[in-house]
Design a protein around this ligand. Structure first.
Ligand SMILES: [Fe+2]
Length: 509
């Protein structure tokens, strides 16, 4: 364990604190040269990216989360953070313990990657710093490789906009006691809040590292979000708003000479504030976000990055080429190869693509001009065709695409030829509505349901999707809340679908 440098908290003091399990927070003899920190655990705890023998544990020290320098009220020194993992909720059976330095360079965030734990079981964890004890979190390791294991409750969500409402849907998600949570992007929004917002964010539009760090800190103060992080490991990927609206690779939506600096700042803050492994730590303006997580033999989660590697094949006059242009790519050549290789190597019962934007064709039926979203896979139709052909050719048993972004629930079937309604379905897509973005919503229908016979369900309410994945079937419950502009809404299941093993069609349950 590294000896903290420049810290007035001696190693001996830390270990003394460690011995006080569940007891007093203030270790005796803790008198130090500098003032003791106020409670630094205002942002909760989180875990992520489970493997059969470990996971990532996360926290961040921030006694004053809204400080405008983004440093959370922390002094400019290294602070050692003790962590411990137990088999039981009361921390009676500790199985791992260590100390990790929280540094000013990483805004006093902590990423711990313990290994050597048992597969397929639940663990509890917590942190201690400067005599303060963090809330406890629950997490779990993935099942042993190849093992089908027990059914998995996996919930997925996207698009939590602070100003649009309360994060009650995160709390309802947590109450469903998932074993795994996927977050598909727009975890936070870069914009300021206007006078009509339900809740105000601190500061203007996020542009600098300090801005992004403060925005992340403010989001993490939300008790519903903290609760959701504390119940299960998360697999996170960003979409656009973690940086700015509809960015694509190195191209901002509006011309901006400082865009690459902004991208670097946004990625740095994103990594700092998410339970990601060190392999995802940014290198300059780049960040390795796409990755695979095996859940025994039950599921392989292919987490995609549909922002960093886009190539819209601009024509000479700066205009984007047509959506059917075969040179346009939404995942880039390397990620596509990695994904196709993954399909060929997969022996999982379910191959789940955790990704951001609408995947199946969706004729918006909105007007005579552009009837497809150029920001979604429809804008990269040839790339989509190659991905789908890849999983069909590889004989992937059960491909399931999970999507966020559109602030609506949708369910649909994926085809290789959408012009033939009788074409066989070769996969299913489940689209989670937003946690808050768009506000309370309504119960209206959508004309695209008539125009796109492969789309089976639509709902404009806030919520999340709960899945129960077993060897025989995948069940999806579309959970909705009647309102988010005031706190405490109940959740109910608006619709349920079942996908049977080996049959890529949606059956109402
Ligand atoms: Fe969004």
């Amino acid at each position: 364990m590294p000896e903290p440098s420049g810290s007035p908290v001696s190693r001996r003091t830390v270990l003394t604190g460690a011995a006080v399990l569940g007891g007093t927070l203030m270790a005796p003899g803790m008198a130090t040269a500098s003032r003791r920190l106020d409670d630094p655990f205002t942002l909760g705890v989180a875990s992520g990216d489970p493997s059969p023998d470990g996971f990532v544990l996360w926290t961040r020290l921030a006694p004053r989360p809204l400080d405008d320098n983004g440093l959370g009220g922390m002094p400019d020194r290294v602070v050692p953070v003790e962590w411990e993992i137990a088999e039981d909720e009361r921390f009676g059976r500790i199985v791992r313990r260590g100390v990790e330095d929280a540094t000013p360079q990483s805004a006093h965030t902590v990423h711990v990657e313990p290994a050597g734990l048992e597969p397929g079981r639940e663990y509890f964890y917590r942190f201690r710093a400067d005599g303060h004890l963090s809330p406890a979190g629950r997490t779990r390791t993935a099942p042993a490789p190849g093992l089908l294991g027990p059914p998995l409750t996996m919930c997925f969500a996207s698009c939590s906009n602070w100003g649009a409402g309360y994060f009650t849907a995160y709390r309802r998600l947590a109450e469903d006691q998932p074993g795994l949570v996927l977050h598909l992007g727009d975890y936070q929004y870069e914009g300021p809040t206007g006078p009509t917002a339900v809740r105000q964010v601190a500061g203007a539009e996020t542009m600098t590292l300090a801005d992004y760090r403060r925005r992340h800190a403010q989001y993490k103060t939300d008790p519903d979000l903290q609760f959701a992080h504390s119940v299960a490991p998360w697999l996170v990927v960003f979409d656009d708003h973690e940086l700015e609206n509809n960015w694509a690779d190195e191209v901002p939506e509006q011309p901006d000479p400082n865009f690459l600096e902004r991208r670097k700042a946004a990625f740095q803050a994103y990594y700092e504030n998410m339970p990601l492994r060190r392999t995802s730590a940014p290198q300059g303006i780049d960040m390795q976000l796409y990755r695979r997580i095996q859940w025994g033999g039950l599921a392989t989660f292919h987490m995609l990055d549909t922002r960093q590697y886009r190539d819209d094949q601009l024509s000479g006059d700066g205009a984007e080429t047509g959506r059917l242009d075969t040179r346009r790519t939404i995942v880039g050549a390397d990620q596509q190869q990695w994904l196709l290789d993954g399909f060929r190597q997969s022996s999982a019962r379910w191959d789940v693509l955790g990704q951001q934007v609408f995947f199946a064709e969706r004729d918006l039926a909105a007007g005579p001009e552009e009837r497809h979203s150029m920001d979604a896979w429809d804008g990269y139709a040839a790339n989509r065709d190659r991905i789908v052909a890849g999983w069909v050719d590889a004989g992937v048993r059960n491909p399931v695409v999970l999507t966020g972004d559109v602030h609506r629930h949708w369910a649909g079937e994926i085809k290789q030829d959408y012009d033939r309604p009788d074409a066989p379905s070769v996969g299913v897509e489940l689209v989670a509505t937003s946690i808050t973005s768009g506000g309370d919503g309504d119960d209206g229908s959508n004309v695209a349901l008539d125009e796109n016979p492969h789309l089976k369900f639509y709902k404009n309410r806030r919520g999340y999707v709960r899945t129960l994945i077993s060897g025989g079937e995948l069940r999806a419950d579309f959970r909705v809340l009647p309102y988010v502009t005031s706190a405490g809404a109940p959740a109910r299941t608006e619709a349920s679908f079942v996908v049977a093993d080996g049959d890529s069609t949606l059956h109402p349950a």
